[in-house]
Design a protein around this ligand. Structure first.
Ligand code: SF4
Ligand code: SF4
Length: 137
């Protein structure tokens, strides 16, 4: 069910930043079906992986409009395989997760006991409950 105020709107971060195997799209460049300003040229025929994906911002009433991914340059999402809470950034702006609004959120998630990792391309950083952060090893 859609949450009021939680439309993707002009955001298309996930269509750019994420790797999408089904479309043979690497992480970084925008999908060839992406419409500048938001939207998908093949919306009705888009693959299941696109239909099923929703970032955490879209489904969390507690995350305000300022945290919409395109506004902070960071997609918040779960990594189901390793149970990590992830902040995925555009490789062109790899430190966008340090935007104060995002960083405060990530520290609060770390304080709740989650493993929090920021990623940009092949780079990754661990954010700890103390507010310390550094390259993930
Ligand atoms: S990153 Fe989230 S808000 Fe942005 S287009 Fe994808 S699902 Fe929508
Ligand atoms: S097919 Fe459409 S929804 Fe899927 S990544 Fe490309 S632009 Fe986004």
């Amino acid at each position: 069910m859609d949450i009021p105020g939680k439309a993707c709107g002009a955001c298309s971060m996930c269509c750019k930043v994420l790797e999408i195997e089904e479309l043979e799209k690497p992480a970084g460049p925008a999908c060839k079906n992406c419409i500048v300003g938001g939207g998908c040229r093949i919306y009705q025929q888009r693959p299941d992986v696109c239909r099923e994906f929703e970032c955490l911002w879209k489904n969390d009433r507690n995350m305000g409009a300022k945290l919409r991914p395109d506004r902070v340059g960071t997609i918040l999402m779960e990594d189901e395989e390793c149970n990590e809470y992830r902040a995925v950034c555009d490789p062109d702006k790899p430190l966008a997760w340090r935007t104060p609004l995002v960083f405060q959120h990530l520290v609060s998630v770390a304080k709740s006991g989650r493993i929090v990792v920021a990623k940009a391309g092949l780079k990754s950083w661990r954010i700890r409950a103390s507010g310390e952060w550094g390259p993930e090893v």
